[in-house]
Design a protein around this ligand. Sequence first.
Ligand SMILES: Nc1ncnc2c1ncn2[C@@H]1O[C@H](COP(=O)(O)OP(=O)(O)O)[C@@H](O)[C@H]1O
Ligand SMILES: [Mg+2]
Length: 272
Amino acid sequence: MIETEIQVKPEVKVEESVEARPVIQLEHISKIYQTGDIEVHALRGVSLTIRAGEFVAIMGASGSGKSTMMNIIGCLDRPTKGRYILDSEDVSGLSKDERADIRNRYIGFVFQGFNLLSRTSALENVELPIIYAGLHAHERTKRGLEALHAVGLQGREYNHPNQLSGGQQQRVAVARALVNHPSLILADEPTGNLDSRTSVEVMEIFQRLNREKGLTIVLVTHEPDIAQYATRVVVFKDGRIKRDYQVQDRLDAREQLEAMSNAPEMDDDDDE
Ligand SMILES: Nc1ncnc2c1ncn2[C@@H]1O[C@H](COP(=O)(O)OP(=O)(O)O)[C@@H](O)[C@H]1O
Ligand SMILES: [Mg+2]
């Protein structure tokens, strides 16, 4: 048999879109915030399915409903109307405690502002989500170290946040999101406070976790460049999905980092 397909860039792995199991199923989700007599319709009937192993970038103007949707996906908040099925379980009607339990079992969160405790070491910050998990101290430490090493922070375990760069702090936050072995990572503007090189470093970690561990990732960004690292982009406008498409010419963060370290700074040679 002769392979007739032309591979333009054989070194870039092309992800096949297999019909994996749905992790997130949002059905006609509405969210209305009531402040005094004013109703804000933050989401107006959003339906969206995200499957295991997808890496989705959520985009849209400020106020379009991105964070509201992330809060619902992350079981931090409930929809006013509609159904949300997370990993085959209908979570739309769960109580606060039940939602907390689901979060601990399935979901890791990464925020724009890192949200690290300043007077505690990287390791202690990472162990926080599993402090009440009933693990032995040594098991907790083992998991914390594993997570820190997964984000490349060997040797930084006992540094406090103020002894770490912004990118390293965000990596601690990613490690903290990984420590309870979630199947879903939710990140709201995780590169919003980072310079462009550091942003690529953080995206390299997300891409690696997505590829190697099959983690499903949903990431909010307003930067089109950052969205190019995802496999799919969903654009919100006024509480509705305006566009939903697969990323063409996906960026590979590892390749980009290699190119950056080989090239002198700000000298972007066109090598095609
Ligand atoms: N807790 C809240 N109470 C009242 N209104 C809110 C609340 N959170 C968000 N909103 C409003 O809902 C809309 C969507 O907000 P949000 O989801 O934060 O958008 P985005 O993350 O895309 O900037 C905005 O009009 C915002 O002002
Ligand atoms: Mg927001």
